[in-house]
Design a binder for this molecule. Structure first.
Ligand SMILES: Cc1cc2nc3c(=O)[nH]c(=O)nc-3n(C[C@H](O)[C@H](O)[C@H](O)COP(=O)(O)O)c2cc1C
Length: 192
């Protein structure tokens, strides 16, 4: 018979992100954040390739990254409003962890599977932060998909990509629940 963990099940039933713009101080310090990073990296990983790494962006780093957005946006033809919104993602944040997809050469594990593993890291960190009582939100943003921005902002190598930024902080307002998917409509049961 299964041996359920009621607390874990209750967390998974009610978990939800908190919008990054509602997250403020305090944020976890390095001592508090470190175990959450351990939990995030405890994730499914075909072939034990560890095709990911983390970049913790503290306040000064976020300010520096925010300062790179305008040039990137101009190069990509973004509007002033798009640039302002993307800049604010970093300028208004106090802590964000960039999850980096760092694929490894492998004959056995295709790149797409390695990318799935990196997404697991991001989701694991999101859930670990939420379970620890912090507000957290997984954001990407158009700049995150630009290789030059990723290199200049986070020091990414050419083969690396940003899976996402996990913003973590203290929520200032509890958001209403959002509509959730219709599991029955999305699930096919096959018994033959
Ligand atoms: C890969 C990825 C990138 C995302 N990027 C953004 C983003 O840039 N901006 C945004 O408003 N939401 C973004 N989201 C969605 C937010 O994380 C959203 O808050 C989340 O879907 C809420 O889900 P939850 O309440 O079940 O945690 C992204 C989600 C994923 C999976």
């Amino acid at each position: 018979m299964p041996d359920p963990d009621p607390a874990a099940l209750a967390f998974l039933q009610r978990r939800r992100s908190r919008p990054a713009r509602t997250l403020g101080l305090p944020v976890p310090d390095r001592t508090a954040l470190r175990p959450l990073l351990d939990m995030a990296l405890r994730c499914p990983d075909h072939g034990k390739l560890e095709p990911w790494r983390l970049v913790v962006l503290e306040r000064a780093a976020l300010a520096r990254v925010a300062g790179l957005v305008a040039d990137c946006g101009a190069r990509l033809g973004k509007t002033e409003a798009e640039i302002a919104k993307q800049r604010a993602q970093f300028a208004d944040a106090h802590l964000a962890v960039a999850v980096i997809f760092a694929p490894k050469p492998s004959d056995k594990v295709p790149g797409i599977e390695q990318g799935h593993s990196a997404a697991c890291v991001a989701y694991g960190l999101l859930n670990a932060a939420l379970a620890a009582g912090w507000g957290a939100n997984w954001l990407s943003g158009w700049a995150s998909h630009d290789a030059a921005f990723a290199r200049d902002a986070l020091g990414l190598a050419d083969h690396e990509r940003i899976t996402g930024f996990i913003h973590i902080g203290t929520e200032s307002a509890t958001p209403p629940e959002r509509p959730r998917p219709d599991t029955d409509a999305l699930t096919t049961w096959m018994d033959a």
